[in-house]
Design a binder for this molecule. Structure first.
Ligand code: NAP
Length: 297
């Protein structure tokens, strides 16, 4: 266990969030307790889950088993599109909080924009605003919102999202999204921070982990490619939420606080951007194609 404290980022409403978190997308429900317990014992204090991942209950159980105070762990979850709408999104909080076994969620975000039903997206966000006002959540935000989605949201709602969680890794950097987020005081949180979405797509661990530029930078610091990528996010002020169910990788991904990339190294990683998205095109998210029922708690 490292003794290095994880730096925190201050959200636009003053709430402090550990910059480095631990994600559980595609972590099977029956492996989630063990994986999250390993992360918490390594030192992670920020867990990113989602209603759509089907593993919120395991996250909550691991937090309780850890013996840590609830207030010591920053819990983030996401509302799935099938629960968008004012009343249904208020109820989505009850479902997520019930599965997690918590009274309050630290950061609750919309998982996707629904471009063809932006009215529902707005209603869902207004429910998040109510949850925030009621103290049920400490901060609210969005995920996979492109600049045009943010513009529409900001025009019709009152609370600027604290976070926009989007795909960012060396092969897909989304500089326009990063700039839009920054212009509005929205923290960018990188999902697939080491390029995981490209591994799933390619079916094997190629690409970013074997990229000669990233490997070379790692060799210069005695660090792994994953550690270089996580450092690249943190030094550019982003939150990163790497996922692993493998104990030695959980530890490796946390051991990123004792070295610094140079400006040239950061620029070299920036230059690897291919502009090719790994995840689904945000504009194409529809209830018809992606909707599915989220069970009650
Ligand atoms: N908002 C969204 O739409 C969205 C979409 C995707 C992800 N996310 C969030 O972002 C988190 C991270 O994204 P992600 O899971 O797609 O990708 P990721 O964290 O970039 O990569 C995860 C993949 O990399 C492997 N891995 C982890 N650490 C490694 C290391 N040090 N060396 C080699 N391989 C390593 C993992 O394998 P093992 O687990 O087998 O070790 C897994 O296959 C998710 O868990 C989720 O919380 C959000």
């Amino acid at each position: 266990m490292t003794t290095n404290p994880v730096p925190t980022l201050t959200l636009n409403n003053g709430v402090e969030m550990p910059a480095l978190g631990y994600g559980v997308f595609q972590t099977p429900p029956d492996e989630t307790v063990t994986a999250v317990e390993a992360a918490l014992s390594t030192g992670y204090r920020h867990i990113d889950t989602a209603a759509a991942y089907g593993n919120e209950a395991g996250v909550g159980e691991a937090i309780r088993r850890s013996g840590l105070d609830r207030s010591d762990v920053f819990v983030e979850s996401k509302v799935w599109i099938s629960d968008y709408g004012y009343d249904t999104t208020l109820h989505a909080f009850d479902k997520s909080a019930g599965k997690l076994g918590v009274d309050q969620i630290d950061l609750f975000i919309l998982h996707q924009a629904l471009p063809s039903r932006f009215d529902l997206t707005i209603e869902a966000y207004k429910a998040l605003e109510t949850l925030l006002a009621d103290g049920k959540v400490r901060a609210i935000g969005v995920s996979n919102f492109m600049p045009e989605h943010l513009d529409r949201l900001l025009a019709e709602t009152s609370v600027v999202p604290a976070v926009n969680q989007v795909e960012v890794h060396p092969y897909f950097r989304q500089p326009d999204v990063l700039a839009t987020d920054a212009a509005h005081g929205i923290l960018t949180q990188a999902w697939s921070p080491i390029g995981g979405i490209t591994f799933y797509r390619d079916g094997e661990h190629t690409s970013t982990l074997q990229d000669p530029t990233i490997v070379g930078i790692g060799e210069a610091h005695g660090k792994s490619p994953a550690q270089v990528m996580l450092r690249w996010h943190l030094q550019q002020g982003r939150s990163a939420i790497p996922k692993s169910v493998t104990p030695h990788r959980i530890a490796e991904n946390f051991d990123v606080l004792d070295f610094e990339l140079t400006d040239d190294e950061i620029a070299a990683v920036d230059a690897l951007d291919t502009g090719q998205r790994g995840g689904p095109e945000p504009e194409d998210i529809t209830l018809e194609a992606f909707g599915r029922e989220i069970p009650e708690a």
